[in-house]
Design a protein around this ligand. Structure first.
Ligand SMILES: NC(=O)c1ccc[n+]([C@@H]2O[C@H](COP(=O)([O-])OP(=O)(O)OC[C@H]3O[C@@H](n4cnc5c(N)ncnc54)[C@H](O)[C@@H]3O)[C@@H](O)[C@H]2O)c1
Length: 435
């Protein structure tokens, strides 16, 4: 074994050691980084679509000693397309060292990719996240985990447990809820939460109202399973519906403002008006949710994916001493005093990876487990309340036993799920509310 290999493996082993050893590790790695010793971190990518390709670029750009060594996707056309794009990049193409034996395209691809790397990027449709993260943590690997982290309550509970174990093993779990890594949002939040720039928060008006997304034209050779996985956005078992898949970004900001606690109750409505063609699966195209916190504070939330309608994505925070708009980074006090963030705005996607790799190298791995599960669960709660048409409590939703999706994955003709009709939907929500 080459010396550099020995050093690198020791380094990885050390950064995966117990928290008690963290201070010691920190001194060691800090020394080693500056001594020029080879400390390659091997990165693996699972889910080679748009975000996966972007996240791999961010990882390689964030850490000059990171190498992409393995990729997995259920479809080799996606894996090959991603690799082609990454290899062409002048800045880090030479650190894409994936050989043909490390491109995996079956449903077990996640095991083979994880086994080959030190840091795994999880960017498949969210349904697979709990399974993939559980395996990564079991194998002692650091993980970058895209949002949302699950599509159902058993999935959220599984990810919570994986994050607990990751903490025990000193493994990084960094969330793709990227606004947490944005300088303008961070500073706006700091002023609201630490300096009480708008006094106490009374209510939050939150929206993710946007247009429609892509659709992949079917190929006659595809099974229904292949159609669903390729068009995963439109199937709740794969995406969680757009309230979880896309709008979780907004709900995450509301959760952050509420101290990452959780609402006790949700009342919701939703449906599909514009995107009604069966090719769009069975998800809704609009939701409205009222979330109630134990303190009496409220979050009034809407999300929409409809074309030619008004786009609006932001949180307006109403406080006892002013108002703030989070994405616009604006605060207006009730005394008329105005503030706006005008500082630097490095890419939040890049910052996520810079902070993750730095935390691994420092032996102080970041663990975003609590908020990524809490915010995913808040999205799920809204969906369950809307699908069922029932006002639901947090406990009913969090304890729901219903797991969505097939129990085994194969390219067969899976059934087409029906559109949820409130009041008639036999869903996870109805099941819980009935007990
Ligand atoms: N943080 C952000 O701003 C942001 C932006 C876009 C997407 N995302 C998230 O990233 C994830 C991926 O989204 P995307 O836009 O890249 O979608 P995409 O369809 O472009 O990519 C997903 C890829 O995963 C592959 N895949 C499906 N099942 C798989 C499995 N079991 N194993 C391995 N690969 C599998 C698909 O074939 C596809 O190539 C989603 O969770 C999405 O919500 C986050």
């Amino acid at each position: 074994m080459a010396n550099s290999d020995q050093t690198r493996r020791d380094f990885i082993k050390t950064t995966g050691a117990t928290a008690g050893a963290a201070a010691f590790t920190s001194t060691l790695t800090a020394h080693a980084v500056h001594s020029g010793v080879d400390e390659t971190l091997r990165v693996g990518l699972i889910g080679c679509g748009g975000r996966g390709t972007g996240a791999a670029k961010d990882a390689l750009a964030a850490d000059p000693q990171a190498k992409l060594v393995a990729v997995g996707d259920t479809f080799c056309d996606r894996a090959e397309g991603c690799l082609k794009e990454l290899r062409l990049d002048e800045a880090f193409g030479s650190r894409v060292t994936v050989d043909e034996d490390h491109v995996f395209d079956d449903f077990d691809n996640y095991k083979k990719v994880t086994d080959a790397c030190d840091v795994v990027i999880l960017t498949t449709p969210p349904h697979f996240r709990p399974l993939h993260l559980a395996y990564a943590v079991k194998q002692g690997k650091h993980a970058f985990v895209e949002k949302p982290v699950a599509v159902d309550a058993p999935g959220v509970r599984s990810v919570l447990e994986s994050c607990r174990l990751a903490k025990e093993k000193s493994l990084a779990v960094v969330s793709g809820l990227c606004w947490r890594y944005d300088s303008g949002v961070r500073e706006t939040m700091r002023r609201i939460l630490e300096e009480k720039a708008i006094g106490d928060i009374v209510a939050i008006e939150s929206s993710y109202n946007a247009g429609t997304l892509w659709h992949r034209k079917p190929d006659p050779s595809w099974s229904r399973m292949e159609y669903q996985v390729r068009n995963w956005l439109y199937y709740t078992w794969l995406s969680g519906d757009h309230i979880m898949e896309q709008a979780v970004h907004s709900l995450d900001k509301t959760a952050w403002l509420m101290g990452d606690t959780h609402p006790v109750r949700a009342m919701a409505m939703g449906g599909r008006q514009q995107r009604t063609d069966p090719k769009y699966g069975h998800i809704y195209d609009h939701f409205t949710v009222f979330y109630e916190y134990p303190t009496g504070q409220r979050v009034y939330f809407t999300c929409r994916q409809q074309d030619k309608t008004t786009n609006h994505v932001d949180e307006t925070v109403l406080g006892t001493a002013g108002q703030a708009e989070i994405l616009r980074h604006r605060i207006v006090g009730s005394d008329g005093k105005k503030w706006r963030y005008r500082g630097p705005k490095p890419s939040m996607y890049r910052v996520e990876h810079q902070e993750m790799f730095q935390s691994i190298r420092d032996g102080k791995p970041i663990n975003n487990g609590h908020y990524m599960c809490n915010s995913t669960m808040i999205g799920l709660m809204g969906r369950m309340a809307a699908y069922s048409g029932k006002t639901l409590t947090w406990d009913e939703c969090f304890n729901s036993p219903e797991r969505l999706g097939p129990s085994e994955y194969a390219w067969t003709d899976v059934p087409e799920p029906e559109v949820a009709i409130p009041g008639r939907q036999k869903s996870e929500a109805a099941e819980v509310a009935a007990t």
